[in-house]
Design a protein. Sequence first.
Lengths: 231, 169
Amino acid sequence: MHQYVRADDVHPPLDSPEYKSTGLRHPTQAPIVVPQRLTEVTGPLLHGTIGPNDHDLTRQHAGEPQGQRIVVTGRVLDSDGRPVPDTLVEVWQANAAGRYAHVNDTWAAPLDPNFTGGGRVLTNSLGEYSFTTIKPGAYPWGNHHNAWRPAHIHFSLFGQAFTQRLVTQMYFPDDPLFAFDPIYRSAPEKARERMVSAFDMDATQPAWALAFRWDIVLRGRDQTPFEEPHA
Amino acid sequence: MPELTPSQTVGPYLRIGLDWADGPDVVPSGGVTIGGTVYDGAGAPITDAMVETWQADPQGRFPHPLSGGTDFRGFGRSCTDGTGRWEVHTLLPGALPGEAPHLDVSVFARGLLDRVVTRIYLPEPGDDPVLAAVPQERRHTLIAERVSETEYRFDIHLQGAQETVFFDF
Ligand SMILES: [Fe+2]
């Protein structure tokens, strides 16, 4: 059975004290390292659940949402450089004012009756995805005094195996809030910029939308066989 | 070669993007309910978590090219409710070659910067190489409790004295 590469030194530590909610939610026992078997190298290949406006978050209501219209585009790859075709990409985000259309988000920014903020697309045969939305605003949160999240879009990816599953966030270039955000900074320093999209002039749509490009890289296949750790 | 993208938390508003009406319905009707409560280290239920399951059908087949064909969806997704409860409606998995019947589980939540992964086994699982890697005194955290013919309970403790065993596959 082939194995997917380990993701050491890529993901944030679950115990990240500067992000306070990790305090009671991170396991204190180390995870048990075991080889991948059939359940882990297979995974859900979900198709046929995409609605007509799921790829365009600006067209899900009677009117246009407020804000800067953008196209977000990129590829889903594995760490061998292989594109991941036909895989589900789910996104969710705040509106242009930084408010989520969620009952628990009650901060003093306006809701937008024309924006829900959820979308989904499948990658094409080259692993490419694209969706249209508005640029989300930054928003305050209760982690510490005057805490603000940099603008971001939440992404959920499946790949082709249980092992490749990933939920992450895409950020926008040069955000001055990066320096103060414990969630962005929870990732190892060398890996943080992989979460930041690039402005893409070529993908802009004249007189319509700006564009940002972001590739997502999932675990690829390992070249070395797994050895069971000796007890 | 491209470098791996780091994980980030789903945050508190995950339902906007991830809540599916049929998420819990691995099968649309019949079958069994497998569910429970997700708890934090203080024993409080977590109401903004999501539990996903991935499993074989009763004949041990996955809907995936590496396995025999099956129409079974195999995948379940449940956002926890106001009491921290999750549940999926499914068929009991069959055994795999060399492995006891099980479901793979991912847990996501606000405050979890990466998913945590565990397995659900059925009562009296028998020999299994993944269970065998777990210290005897913690194995019980991986075994669902049979409530009735059609209901199994599996609570998830992210932290604390009853902490669920998590795996790094
Ligand atoms: Fe967010």
